[in-house]
Write a protein that binds this ligand. Structure first.
Ligand code: G3P
Ligand code: MG
Length: 230
């Protein structure tokens, strides 16, 4: 079973540097994170890139959809997934790769993501964790590359969580830490699933969640959470 770190830097260390950029990954590393979380989607020409929103407007000022741009048209601050992986190799960072497909490209994005990992993921790094809010992406990732651990992202864990997790053969649940109840945390851990929470930036909240059985805290400020859990 995959060994999760206690803390993962969200989109790098987005409290301190522009999210999902190489600078953000370096900042997370400087602040003690051993893993980061990133969001991967495809450009028009099928290149996997690291970008959270459908549009580039909020993070780069460019008012265009990622799905309508070629990789060659991207602003330099937006890394390709390949560039991000090379950066992780330099820094020795593990990664929670969130598959964040544009509408209608759920399976394709997963297939390209795992093919890229198979080609480029450095053997010296810990194995990555895939995650997605899209069940179809996780199912496609499992079918194409079952060797990569998968976590189902769920904003609020409801009664159907286990059926959904089983349907995609998930290894873990990554959920909104502000909505997770102690009862659900125990249920998930007792069922043998890994349990991670996002996005927790308060040390006391992180400690309480770990006390409930949470194994991994995804945070914009990984240094704050590392200090709180020490
Ligand atoms: O993977 C954890 C977290 O990143 C999920 O939500 O919207 O920040 O990608 P979001
Ligand atoms: Mg994410």
């Amino acid at each position: 079973m995959l060994q999760l770190p206690k803390v993962v830097g969200h989109r790098g260390a987005m409290a301190y540097a522009p999210e999902n950029t190489l600078d953000s990954f370096r900042e997370a590393h400087r602040r003690g994170a051993t893993w980061v979380e990133i969001d991967v989607k495809l450009t028009k020409d099928g290149v996997p890139i690291v970008m959270h929103d459908s549009s580039l407007k909020r993070t780069t000022g460019v008012d265009r959809l990622a799905s309508e741009m070629t990789a060659a048209e991207l602003p330099p601050s937006v890394p390709t997934f390949a560039q991000a992986i090379a950066c992780f190799g330099e820094l020795g960072l593990g990664c929670n790769v969130e598959i964040k497909p544009c509408e209608g490209r759920e399976a394709e994005t997963a297939r390209v993501t795992v093919a890229t990992l198979r080609d480029l993921w450095p053997a010296k790094l810990p194995a990555p964790l895939l995650s997605s809010f899209k069940d179809a992406s996780l199912a496609a990732a499992r079918d194409a590359a079952p060797e990569f651990a998968r976590a189902l992202l769920i904003d609020e864990v409801k009664d159907d969580w286990r059926a959904r997790a089983e349907a995609v053969s998930a290894d873990g649940i990554n959920t909104n830490g502000k909505r997770l109840t102690a009862v659900r945390a125990v249920e998930i851990r007792k069922a043998g699933y890994l349990l991670s929470v996002y996005t927790i930036n308060d040390g006391d909240v992180a400690r309480a969640l770990v006390g409930m059985g949470v194994q991994c805290v995804i945070s914009d400020a990984p240094d704050v959470i590392l200090a709180a859990l020490r």
